[in-house]
Write a protein that binds this ligand. Structure first.
Ligand code: NI
Length: 253
């Protein structure tokens, strides 16, 4: 069984066939799924999906792209949503310096305040960190009580080693199936098996042979298969290991 630990199936690109995708997941061995919020709207939709489907759980939070919207009122809404038993994490939150829109002085306090919320509520976080490795690590070092997953991992092996030492997990997408995936594969090769998560990040990051097209959770076994090959396991074994890991991190019984 496979657990897609990071999906955006609320995205409007699924408006035409969302129910069909959910109905088909079991046929592809996908038995659990975490739908991720990026702002208030997608957080509310993630919670709604988690109530509609028994195998879906929700994360709520604001992506760095939406950092400018993070204020007392929004944090109060997230706090309230986290009281829902289907909400298992705060995310996705973090830093993205690729386009730096909004600027880092807006992104940093939004990330910090959502880490504070995670600490207050004793919940794991889902971190999006792109080209912001130094600032990202500095912030999480200030919150030793908070752990979670660095999703769609793009950092170095050295950074991964520190994350693991601090109790964090690392999530891999279809990027591991790309020809230029050397860095992610180096990390996946080293990572303790009990810290690996698999994800689609759909509708983005479709694995080969679907690269460049709309991704969805039915393709998460392709991510597991690539990692399994790397570690000398069967895709099914990698599925079971990463499902156990996600359940442990997100405290799903
Ligand atoms: Ni995402």
């Amino acid at each position: 069984m496979f657990f897609d630990s990071h999906a955006h199936l609320d995205d409007r690109r699924f408006d035409g066939d969302r129910d069909e995708i959910f109905a088909n997941l079991a046929n592809h061995g996908v038995g659990l799924l975490m739908n991720i919020g990026c702002d208030l709207r997608s957080s509310l939709q993630s919670v709604a999906l988690s109530h509609k489907y028994s195998f879906v759980y929700a994360a709520v939070g604001s992506h760095p792209d939406d950092a400018a919207q993070v204020d007392d009122g929004l944090l109060a809404m997230y706090r309230q949503l986290c009281a829902d038993a289907r909400v298992k994490a705060i995310g996705e939150i973090g830093l993205d310096y690729h386009y730096e829109d909004p600027t880092r002085d807006v992104q940093l306090p939004a990330f910090r305040r959502q880490l504070e919320l995670a600490r207050e509520l004793d919940m794991p976080v889902i971190v999006h960190e792109r080209e912001a490795h130094a600032d990202g690590m500095e912030l999480i070092r200030q919150f030793p009580e908070v752990t979670g997953v660095f999703h769609c991992y793009s950092g170095s092996l050295e950074q991964a080693k520190e994350l693991v030492k601090r109790g964090w997990y690392i999530g891999f997408t279809g990027v591991v199936t790309f020809k230029n995936a050397r860095k992610a594969l180096e990390v996946a090769q080293w990572l303790p098996l009990d810290r690996i998560l698999i994800e689609t990040d759909c509708p983005y990051m479709a694995p080969e042979p679907h690269r460049g097209r709309r991704n969805d959770s039915r393709y998460v076994p392709l991510v597991a298969a690539k990692l399994a090959e790397l570690r000398g396991l069967s895709p099914e074994e990698m599925g079971e290991i990463t499902t156990d890991n996600a359940k442990r991190l997100f405290r799903i019984p």
